[in-house]
Unconditional design. Structure first.
Lengths: 111, 874
């Protein structure tokens, strides 16, 4: 049951996080922030405060798994990884995103 | 999973808070460190990190929102909505809750008893590690209690490794004198290891020392808290004082803590010495505490290995003996467990029927709520959301039912225990509604609420919006009708199974009632005494006592005749044994007889018919030649086709010439052991000729009265007090003693009947509800039919046909179920087979009649439908 497809911003954040975790494996929140900034060449700046609620929400939806581990700087940090349900969600959202962008692109080029 | 997460987070808010704090702190620190590495100064680095993260508290709260708001908020909303919607239809709500309360109440009440008797651990430390050690015959007339022969006990005590210490004990009774009126009290004789094994310490004083098992040191006693308070005024200086049991003095060495009465309802504990002589054939229960590292299986394996090496031993019946390690509670509950489990099954049926009824109500309600649900769908509520709402409603309903059920159960438990036979329920005082019962009731309520709410919820939300819009109004779909039909069929089937069980029990009980015990029971009053050896040490002294009492009883106004017998038939104890025949004749292998000792008038009082020869007379004294009376079956077995009169037998294993008895008469067999067993062979002796005090000290006097037996009870008491004031008086009408034999069956029968009547009632309501609703639903169709010329009788017949189909399907299904399930009753039934055709047939007829009757009302109403009104109704 998708409850936020109309909320593109939130949806996009989910998509980015899912995609990042799908390609990178286990990461903590800060690493996710850095990774997204790095890949998008700093075009996409996460509002870092909204990342954690999103991570929690996705964990509770069963898309992510979280566990405590030790960071590279030897501190306790919460690590997230993507679950099978998350991968399914990622596939769905990716498809929707592609459809949306291609539709917008068509409108922009033809209208 | 996600629900679980949310709920668990809810209860762990503090932990979540701390974890979130830590997570955000980690993020800030990492960003600050990177900023520092990029060349910012410390202050700028921290400031930038904070700015980027935004308001940390806000971020935290938002994360919390996900946990709490989404669950609590929606649950709260669902609950409020459910309450409002239930309040809007009070009729439905009240009927549903009452129905459920009946089901839950019955279940909670029975579970309370099961909990108190079967589930609660015995009140000893680590009672789960206490086990009975048994090596007993599992066949034959004496289906023995678990236990060991004394000789095996001594051997096992030495050899076993599985138990730290083992103990053996005996239940007994004694006459307490010198502390108020003389009274019969329960006693227990126990080895000195008994209390250490139980790990129970006295509240005052000490328990027994090993040397106190020996003769000479063994006049010591422990008192239960209750007897100490009731009979000794809770005297704090009682230690070292003496008490008198059966005329012997015992030194009080300790008082046990309140509530400790094991085994059974012991008031006194006395030391037990286990004799090592090979002639000792005592069997006693044996208890041990398993060592911490040893499992029950291991202990059993050890016991089995041990029993393999035992010598043939007493009775030479080792081949039929089985080694067992049983939970200690089995000693108390082995008998009642099966009937409790059957009751559990019976009430579960009642609950399922009640829930099926409510599910049916919900299904109908779902129909009428189509419009509401369609609107909620159109407003964007997902199907899952609506289902959750409907489930909240059914669960709320069910929980209300279970709470009402708990209230009902408070009375139910009391009623149940009042019905139960006095000695039938062990640990009666421990039966009450506790946390476990409440948990059971609420969990069952929640579970059943979701279960019976699910199908109606799925049904109600199954229709798409457009289905609803495309139709002019709610119309019954075939599938919905089928579902309701299926529910009614299963209700009828379940009710039939229960009713069949009840019918079988009832029939069996009636059969028991009409059993002729072989003696008369009306207008006979009995009085029983146990004469202590200390006051009456010899057979002569005891016989003098009995003669004196009997003479006074015979002359009592209102008494027609008086007799005496050492062990009454149909009472718990009975002397049985072997005998020898004159002239080297062999008695049949394994053939034993009851050996009552009676006074001359016993047969006359009890109405036991003399077939040949004569009964005993006052002249059959100890100095006269030994005589005996055999029952008809003894004569037929031992001397077929011969005249039994004048034949000689002896009841002794090692007879002296004077031990040979001449048969002087033949009487009818009577049921000695129990009403449900065939009459047993017996050889009677005149009590004046019995020489062993043991066979004389326990004696029941039987007095035939002209009027109601209770009218001479006071006079009987007076007689006894005149002869010896130190004797406790036990007086009972013989009918009551005999009825005690069937008290347990009566209890089971009444309970099962109550449950099945409840089930029948609920099922009838279910049938009525479904058909009444079908009529409402089909009003328009009926109107059209009537407008087209259908007669009223046609309409009634049409609707009755549906009733008939449902009822017959239910009866057929239930009949099959009953065939399988009534087999569990087999052990409880007397002269009735579990598949007794007459019972099955009559129950089926009763159920079908009830079902058709319940369907008749709606069918009649349908025939009175006014076509004009009906056609306008849409």
């Amino acid at each position: 049951m998708r409850t936020h497809t109309n909320d593109r911003l939130k949806g996009t954040l989910d998509l980015l996080v899912l995609k990042t975790l799908a390609s990178q494996g286990r990461m903590h929140g800060y690493a996710i922030t850095l990774r997204i900034e790095e890949i998008s060449e700093n075009v996409l700046r996460l509002e870092e405060g909204s990342l954690y609620p999103a991570l929690h929400r996705m964990t509770q939806a069963g898309w992510l798994r979280s566990e405590w581990g030790v960071s590279e700087s030897n501190r306790r940090a919460r690590y997230y990884s993507i679950s099978a349900a998350g991968r399914k969600q990622l596939a769905e959202e990716t498809q929707e995103w592609t459809q949306l962008t291609s539709a917008v692109a068509r409108v922009l080029s033809l209208a | 999973m996600s629900w679980f997460n949310r709920f668990s987070n809810l209860f762990r808010r503090e932990i979540v808070d701390k974890e979130l704090d830590e997570e955000l702190k980690f993020h800030l620190d990492a960003r600050t460190r990177d900023n520092l590495n990029a060349g910012m100064n410390a202050e700028a680095a921290q400031h930038d990190a904070r700015r980027r993260l935004g308001n940390a508290t806000l971020a935290k709260e938002r994360a919390h929102e996900m946990n709490i708001l989404m669950s609590i908020e929606t649950i709260g909303r669902d609950l409020r909505y459910a309450l409002r919607s239930l309040r809007k239809s009070p009729g439905f709500t009240v009927v549903a809750i009452l129905t459920l309360a009946l089901g839950f109440g019955a279940n909670t009440a029975v579970f309370t008893v099961v909990n108190g008797v079967l589930l609660r651990p015995l009140p000893f430390p680590e009672a789960g590690r206490l086990f009975l050690i048994s090596y007993q015959s599992k066949q034959g007339i004496f289906e023995n209690q678990p236990g060991l022969y004394d000789t095996d006990y001594l051997e096992y005590e030495k050899q076993n490794r599985a138990f730290g210490q083992i103990a053996t004990f005996n239940e007994d009774s004694a006459t307490l004198t010198g502390a108020g009126d003389a009274a019969r009290v329960q006693t227990a004789t126990v080895t000195s290891s008994f209390f250490p094994v139980m790990q129970v310490n006295p509240a005052m004083g000490r328990t027994f020392l090993p040397e106190e098992e020996r003769q000479g040191n063994n006049r010591v006693a422990l008192l239960s808290d209750k007897i100490w308070r009731d009979r000794f005024g809770a005297n704090p200086n009682i230690l070292g004082k003496t008490i008198t049991l059966d005329g012997a003095q015992y030194n009080v060495v300790g008082i046990m803590p309140a509530g400790f009465t094991f085994p059974h309802e012991a008031a006194f504990w006395l030391p037990l010495a286990v004799g090592a002589d090979p002639g000792n054939t005592y069997i006693r229960p044996v208890v041990g505490r398993l060592r911490p590292s040893v499992s029950r299986q291991l202990a059993l394996a050890e016991l089995e290995a041990f029993t393999k090496h035992l010598s043939p031993g007493p009775g030479a019946i080792r081949e039929s003996m089985v080694a067992e390690i049983l939970p200690l509670n089995d000693l108390l509950v082995a008998k009642i467990r099966k009937s409790l489990l059957i009751f559990m099954g019976a009430v579960a049926f009642v609950l399922i029927i009640a829930c099926a009824n409510v599910a049916n109500l919900l299904l109908m309600r779902g129909n009428t709520r189509q419009r509401e649900i369609a609107v909620r769908n159109a407003l964007g509520a997902s199907r899952g959301r609506v289902i959750r709402q409907l489930l909240t409603e059914s669960t709320l309903l069910s929980l209300c039912g279970s709470i009402a059920g708990i209230l009902l159960a408070i009375f139910g438990v009391r009623a149940l225990l009042a019905l139960a036979p006095a000695a039938g329920v062990p640990r009666l005082q421990e039966i009450h509604i506790d946390a476990r019962v409440l948990t059971f009731a609420v969990a069952l309520g929640a579970f059943m609420g979701i279960l019976f709410g699910l199908v109606p919820a799925l049904q109600a939300t199954g229709n798409r919006v457009r289905d609803f819009l495309s139709l002019s109004g709610p119309t019954a779909t075939a599938s919905r009708q089928r579902l309701r039909g299926a529910l009614v069929i299963s209700e009828i089937a379940l009710a039939l199974v229960l009713l069949t069980g009840a019918g079988l029990m009832l029939k069996s009980f009636m059969r028991m009632r009409t059993v002729d015990p072989g003696f008369r029971t009306e207008n006979i009053l009995t009085m029983t005494v146990d004469l202590p050896d200390s006051t009456y040490p010899t057979a002569l002294a005891i016989q003098a006592f009995h003669a004196s009492v009997l003479a006074k009883l015979s002359n009592l106004p209102g008494a027609v005749a008086a007799g005496a017998v050492n062990w009454m038939p149909l009472q718990p104890a009975l002397v049985r044994g072997t005998f020898q025949l004159d002239g080297g004749r062999k008695r049949p292998r394994g053939y034993t007889v009851a050996k009552p000792a009676v006074s001359p008038d016993y047969f006359r009082v009890m109405g036991i018919r003399l077939r040949r020869g004569r009964v005993f007379t006052e002249q059959d004294l100890s100095t006269a030649p030994g005589v005996a009376i055999a029952t008809q079956s003894v004569a037929n077995t031992l001397w077929p086709g011969e005249d039994p009169i004048g034949k000689r037998i002896t009841l002794e294993d090692d007879p002296q010439p004077k031990d040979w008895l001449t048969i002087i008469g033949i009487v009818d067999d009577v049921r000695q052991q129990s009403l449900v067993e065939e009459p047993q062979p017996a050889i009677y002796q005149p009590l004046q000729q019995v020489t062993r005090p043991f066979f004389l000290s326990h004696m029941s006097y039987v007095v035939r009265t002209a009027q109601s037996p209770q009218s001479v009870a006071a006079a009987l008491r007076g007689v006894l007090q005149k002869v010896d004031t130190g004797q406790p008086v036990e007086i009972a009408a013989l009918t009551d003693l005999v009825d005690a034999n069937i008290a347990e069956t009566w209890f089971q029968t009444r309970l099962i009947s109550t449950f099945s009547v409840l089930a029948l009632f609920l099922a009838a309501i279910g049938i009525y509800g479904v058909l009444a609703y079908a009529v409402t639903e089909r009003t328009r169709e009926i109107g059209i039919r009537m407008a087209l010329g259908a007669k009223k009788s046609h309409i009634t017949r049409m609707l009755l046909k549906r009733t008939l189909v449902l009822v017959l399907a239910g009866v057929a299904l239930g009949g099959c179920g009953a065939l399988v399930l009534t087999r569990v009753l087999g052990k409880f039934l007397f002269e009735v087979k579990p598949n007794d055709p007459a019972t099955f047939l009559s129950v089926a007829v009763i159920l079908a009649a009830t079902g058709i009757l319940a369907g008749l009302l709606p069918a009649q109403r349908a025939s009175r439908v006014d076509p004009v009104v009906a056609l306008r109704s849409e």
